[in-house]
Design a protein around this ligand. Structure first.
Ligand code: ZN
Length: 129
């Protein structure tokens, strides 16, 4: 049975933006214990505070890794506010498959990592201002 659509398998096997950026402006790690997925996000901002580069290092199921890869293509060039405005529905539209509640955690791991990393960055900035 062909459980996953081809573009998910493609992104899972050949993840875009794989690796670690060093140095980086935003770094965040997130686990999904339900499935064993792990993602390590590193991200760089340009002088206008827009996302200029993103990299994911991770392991886990095809959905968690493909979602991170797909999301990478979306966030390049976006401002922090625009990335924070990306919703769960937007990620599900990228994946284009029906997901059970457990699989939903896999699909949203990358979005949650992005949002938490950016929230922490914004909070650090406020403290330093
Ligand atoms: Zn998973």
């Amino acid at each position: 049975m062909d459980l996953y659509r081809e573009h998910i398998l493609d992104h899972a096997k050949n993840p875009r933006y794989a690796g670690v950026l060093d140095p980086c402006d935003i770094e965040h790690e997130k686990h999904n214990p339900t499935c064993g997925d792990f993602l390590h996000l590193t991200l760089r901002l340009d002088q206008y505070q827009n996302v200029s580069e993103i990299a994911w290092e991770g392991e886990g199921c095809a959905i968690s890794q493909a979602a991170a890869s797909l999301l990478g293509e979306v966030v390049i060039g976006k401002s922090i506010g625009e990335v924070l405005a990306i919703s769960q529905d937007d990620v599900l539209k990228l994946l284009q498959i029906e997901l059970s509640p457990n699989r939903l955690k896999c699909a949203l791991l990358s979005l949650n990592a992005l949002h938490e990393g950016m929230d922490a960055y914004e909070n650090r900035k406020k403290v330093n201002e």
